[in-house]
Design a protein around this ligand. Structure first.
Ligand SMILES: Cc1cc2nc3c(=O)[nH]c(=O)nc-3n(C[C@H](O)[C@H](O)[C@H](O)COP(=O)(O)OP(=O)(O)OC[C@H]3O[C@@H](n4cnc5c(N)ncnc54)[C@H](O)[C@@H]3O)c2cc1C
Length: 562
């Protein structure tokens, strides 16, 4: 958001806080139950799982948020006809705001599963409610209220890691610089934190985490819950990139019970794209995270369960699992049982063979260019290595914020792998210098901070050293298929999943060698590595799932909603 943009609560207040007509409340009464509250009673508490969407029938409710120092501010007072809730209510996650009855209040409580049924059966009203839930989350993201507070050095790699994790998962949070902020210093003193334990995270429940992993943080703030090992899903989908989310939306909307697992965040590679300009229907382009957040919310609206971050480490076939079902094993020792499986685990960024790369990876070496990374290198010179479309987009984005981009290309020509619109744009940027036939040969720095990059350039092979603190790498990707080892799913020589005729006779186009296991998106051998192609395969695979489930006797009553 540009610094000058007014808060969303000022510009879209009427859409954030609509009032339902008495006739509308009567219509949706069948989805909930009535409850009364006394003066001062809490209807929702930050960090606690709420009851669901709450429509006020009589009385007034104050919705408040508090910052890290406990200062409480009023967001809105809901009167009769208004409703309380935001996106957390769709999935039954902990509340991000507090709500208290001003006096006696009567309210209609609609629990998460019934809320999803309401959104689907009441199209126009559902649209108004869904829009309000999304806008309220956007408002909370702007202020960071209700989420955890991260305290640490602003340049630390762990700080960047935790911020990135919460940002990519659309979760509000606040950050405090431990070196300059008096409140941060007070927190560090109060909790007796050694500098080596930074960053610390103060969760809304009051729990303090010392430099936590993403999984620990996600569990503390209620982003992810344990998977029921006794439940048999129609389809778990491994990967929440565009392919996985598309499969989730279509599976959920067509009545299949679906679980999406991702070891990092929703959105996959697309979530790291600063601007996607070639996705159908967005003539002015759209940021990858915005496109993917829409899909993520849409899938939840159709009742798809999300397990993010949860890493899948193995797949067992029904004959081997002992249960007669497919079993997915997770890194936290949980498991998920299913009648079929969709592999949508995409690809991971390739790393160049440079000796001490790892030493700088948390702070100075980046595999995507989001506003967080750009904030770190604003006004500086940066080096970017790569020659594909993702590299091109990153160069265009970075060039608008940094002093200079050195674009290092291994081949002789930028046109070989990059779309011509991006090549044209880069050619027109005065602060981008393209160096072809050029390769990185060394990194220099100390304490995890890069100080200089060395490369060999041009036909002459001249060696160059430049003082640069940030290096961006966009040099292609390898398939995320290690977790399929020993499963029986066949891979091509590069490790991509074989499907269709290449996997065996009578296989569906997207089916692997193992019947009932499908692969879609970038992870599939021979796939077109584009958002639109991944989304198309995600939609297509659901028809194949229906066919498999029916043929294997797992058929359920499927209601196609089209
Ligand atoms: C910076 C960038 C910009 C791009 N811009 C464009 C563009 O403008 N237009 C375009 O068409 N394409 C673009 N692309 C390509 C596009 O993003 C990909 O083709 C697309 O994201 C592939 O989708 P996918 O769902 O198949 O896989 P991915 O997006 O790779 O998603 C796979 C997901 O699976 C998860 N995962 C992997 N292994 C496991 C496991 N074991 N357990 C649990 N989860 C796992 C990962 O965390 C990831 O979230 C861009 C790519 C990048 C990197």
């Amino acid at each position: 958001m540009p610094a000058s943009a007014p808060p969303i609560i000022d510009t879209r207040r009427h859409q954030m806080f609509p009032t339902l007509e008495p006739a509308e409340i009567e219509r949706v009464r069948r989805f909930g139950t009535t409850r009364s509250y006394g003066a001062g009673e809490a209807l929702a508490t930050v960090g606690e799982v709420g009851h669901g969407l709450t429509i006020i029938s009589s009385g007034n409710v104050d919705i408040t948020q508090h910052d890290q120092s406990g200062r409480r501010t009023l967001i809105v007072t809901h009167g009769p006809g208004a409703f309380m809730g935001e996106l957390a209510q769709l999935a039954g996650r902990p509340a991000l705001v507090d709500a208290h009855a001003q006096g006696p209040v009567e309210a209609l409580i609609i629990p998460p599963d019934r809320l999803r049924a309401l959104l689907i059966s009441e199209a126009e009203l559902g649209e108004r409610i869904m829009r309000a839930l999304i806008l309220r989350r956007v408002g909370l993201l702007e202020t960071g209220a209700g989420g955890p507070v991260i305290v640490g050095r602003s340049e630390s790699g762990d700080m960047l890691r935790l911020e990135n994790f919460l940002r990519r998962n659309g979760h509000p949070h606040q950050t405090l610089n431990s070196e300059t902020d008096p409140e941060a210093k007070a927190l560090i003193e109060r909790f007796h934190v050694d500098p080596g334990q930074l960053p610390i995270v103060l969760c809304p429940t009051g729990q303090l985490l010392r430099n936590p992993g993403e999984n620990e943080l996600a569990r503390c703030i209620g982003l992810v819950r344990p998977i029921d090992p006794n439940r048999v899903y129609d389809v778990p989908i491994v990967g929440a990139g565009p392919a996985g989310l598309a499969a989730a939306v279509y599976a959920g909307s067509e009545g299949l019970s679906a679980l999406v697992l991702d070891c990092r965040a929703f959105g996959g590679q697309a979530g790291a794209s600063a601007r996607i300009e070639n996705y159908l229907g967005f003539p002015t382009g759209i940021s990858g995270i915005a496109l993917m957040a829409r899909a993520y919310n849409q899938a939840q609206k159709f009742g798809v369960e999300m397990a993010i971050p949860d890493e899948v480490t193995g797949l067992q076939m029904p004959v081997d699992s002992g249960s007669g079902y497919f079993v997915l094993n997770l890194s936290n020792n949980e498991r998920a049982c299913a009648r079929s499986v969709v592999i949508a685990s995409g690809v991971r960024y390739r790393r160049p063979a440079v000796e001490n790369l790892e030493a700088f990876e948390s702070s100075s070496v980046h595999y995507w260019a989001s506003p967080l990374e750009v904030k770190l290198c604003a006004g500086q010179e940066v080096v970017l290595v790569g020659a594909g479309n993702s590299a091109g987009q990153a160069v265009v984005y970075l060039a608008s914020q940094v002093a200079k981009v050195w674009l290092l290309v291994r081949g002789a020509d930028l046109n070989a792998n990059m779309s011509s619109y991006l090549v044209d744009r880069i050619t027109g940027l005065a602060n981008v210098e393209v160096l072809t036939r050029t390769q990185i040969i060394g990194l220099e720095g100390a304490d995890g901070m890069l100080q200089a990059v060395r490369w060999r350039q041009g036909a002459s092979g001249e060696e160059v050293r430049r003082s640069v603190r940030h290096l961006f790498l966009f040099i292609g990707a390898d398939p995320n298929t290690d977790w399929l080892a020993g499963s029986g799913v066949a891979l091509d020589p590069k490790g991509f999943v074989l499907t269709g005729a290449e996997a065996g006779d009578d296989r569906h186009l997207l089916e692997t060698r193992c019947p009932g296991v499908f692969a879609i998106g970038d992870v599939r051998s021979g796939s077109v590595k584009r958002v639109a192609a991944s989304v198309g395969e995600g939609a297509q695979v659901v028809a194949a799932l229906h066919g498999f489930l029916a043929a294997s006797g797992h058929e359920r009553v499927i209601v196609a909603t089209h």
